[in-house]
Design a protein around this ligand. Structure first.
Ligand SMILES: Cc1cc2nc3c(=O)[nH]c(=O)nc-3n(C[C@H](O)[C@H](O)[C@H](O)COP(=O)(O)O)c2cc1C
Length: 227
């Protein structure tokens, strides 16, 4: 059975819009035949990289100076083929999620190669991750404002020489609900997100049509924004 690890980076955890999208995505993955281990960045409270000197490459290969909750995540990264990074865009990332990404540097081999005009590394032997997918929500209307987040996660995957398996994006995510209840268009988004999770596991990629259904406008383009 394929294994995956998902990290929900929303400080609002289960109450947030990130969970509203991530949970059906995980259900879809499970339906597709994948087991998924879910972590919350705000519960893990991984410390920031503070040595700033790549000691985990140069002095203690593969080991960070900190022994914190990263030790709960690493065993899952060793046995999971897919990493789901789920997060709200916070211009661009919430701090706890950024800390986790930085603390994955010890998992890279300290050998940089020059490939297609870019500096790249590779996960150490024993790290199973082969695909990274982004699941992200935002408050602003337009999907394009999430491009900077997509670029960060794409670069993160390509730097580690694994496949960036796509971005499941839900802009103005707050409009999926009215008075705390999912609207009909919101339900259609949830359905499409489930399909995306299943497609990722079954076909190895998510169809563009499914991604478009997930990010389609739920309200008309705003003429002006006040306050
Ligand atoms: C500090 C901060 C920065 C944010 N920056 C952006 C942004 O640049 N673009 C955007 O679309 N939404 C932005 N938002 C809105 C959140 O992405 C949005 O409310 C999201 O639905 C929150 O997800 P959650 O409910 O899972 O926490 C920001 C919110 C916060 C608190």
């Amino acid at each position: 059975m394929t294994k995956a690890v998902a990290i929900n980076g929303s400080p609002r955890m289960e109450k947030g819009s990130t969970a509203l999208i991530l949970n059906p995505f995980i259900q879809g993955m499970q339906y597709g035949g994948c087991s998924v281990e879910l972590f919350f960045a705000s519960k893990l409270k991984v410390l920031p990289c503070e040595c700033g000197a790549l000691r985990c490459w140069r002095v203690t290969p593969g080991e960070c100076i900190y022994q914190d909750n990263m030790r709960l995540l690493i065993p899952e990264l060793k046995i999971s083929e897919i990493l789901v990074i789920a997060t709200p865009i916070y211009s661009p990332l919430p701090g706890d999620m950024q800390n986790i990404l930085n603390r994955m540097v010890p998992l890279l081999k300290p050998e940089l190669v020059w490939r297609d005009g870019r500096t790249r590394a590779r996960f150490r032997d024993g790290i199973a991750i082969r695909k990274i997918v982004l699941v992200a929500v935002g408050g602003w209307w337009e999907t394009e404002n999430m491009d900077r987040l997509v670029n960060i996660i794409r670069e993160f995957a390509e730097t580690a020489s694994v496949e960036f398996a796509g971005a499941v994006l839900r802009p103005h995510a707050g409009y999926m609900k009215k008075e705390g209840v999912l609207t009909e268009p919101g339900k259609a988004v949830v359905q499409a997100v489930k399909q995306a999770g299943s497609e990722l596991v079954r076909n190895g990629k998510i169809e563009e049509g499914t991604l478009l259904k997930i990010r389609r406008p739920l309200i008309p383009e705003p003429r002006y924004i006040s306050g």
